[in-house]
Design a protein around this ligand. Sequence first.
Ligand SMILES: [Zn+2]
Ligand SMILES: [Zn+2]
Length: 332
Amino acid sequence: MTLPLITVTKQGLYCKAGDFYIDAWKPVELDLVTHAHSDHARSGSTKYVATAVSEGILRKRLGQDIDLQGVEYGEKIKLGETWVSFHSAGHVLGSAQIRIEHKDNVWVASGDYKRCADPTTEPFEVVPCDAFITEATFGLPIYQWQSGAATAKQIYDWWQSDLSRPTLLFCYAFGKAQRVLAELRALTEQPVYLHGAVQNLVETYRDAGVEMVGTVPVSEMERKYKFEGDLIIAPPSAHRSPWMKRFKHPQTGFASGWMAVRGNRRRRGYERGFILSDHADWPSLIKTVRETGAKQVYVTHGQNDVLSRYLSEIEGVDAQPLETLFEGETES
Ligand SMILES: [Zn+2]
Ligand SMILES: [Zn+2]
């Protein structure tokens, strides 16, 4: 019986053989970051390692002067007694699973991931391993996604259905907004107007070579401009904020995986809900666990007890929930 390569400590997921943390939630000496969402990338650590693609966003979020080593996907680096490499997770720009090799033992920490096509990120790579740490943000059978292109078409049709007023789409400013803008390329050449929080990250995506529809910051428009027939994208935090006074009688919608649950849309006060998530749905969680060939599975985020029970009882793998501070698809 070999000891687990990664354990949960007060600071975060820790690999003793390599003396590093993965997505630490407290400041540590060496933090390997799967991606730049705020529950996975936290400030204050002495040194960070992440994919070179995510460097722009990480510096924007954690500070321009952090000590950050950028690595290519698949590049192997030696840390302590381990070999470590980053592999695409298909979640957001620059997102990675982290593969750790120690003697004959291979572990993969997935961070957040999805299997649906997304024009803003490299596709998910299946990395064979002995132990797999999976997320389970949407780990219930009710969560099953259609393609991002199909959801973008629904958003486009909704926008076009009333051109007499502004159309306000709320979604997560990092990842989701850029994915919608990239999918809209196939449907329109009209520019989309952006809240400042979205604009900021759209620029980083453009710098990384991601193609999206043309965008204009809302703040650059004249005061008397009415946005009639325009699509505006903003983060959920702007919903029902003073910022919304800029728009007269807008139609409002929210794009999120949580829109798959009846009642969530009305409870949050949106007229329309669009199901779009950057996390794996239930069938892809199970498919991914199978494809890695992992005999041991640790489940983090959200529905970790349901998924680990399913994996143990139905799939026959040794699965258990792992308590972490990762939050899943949040609104902040
Ligand atoms: Zn994430
Ligand atoms: Zn997460």
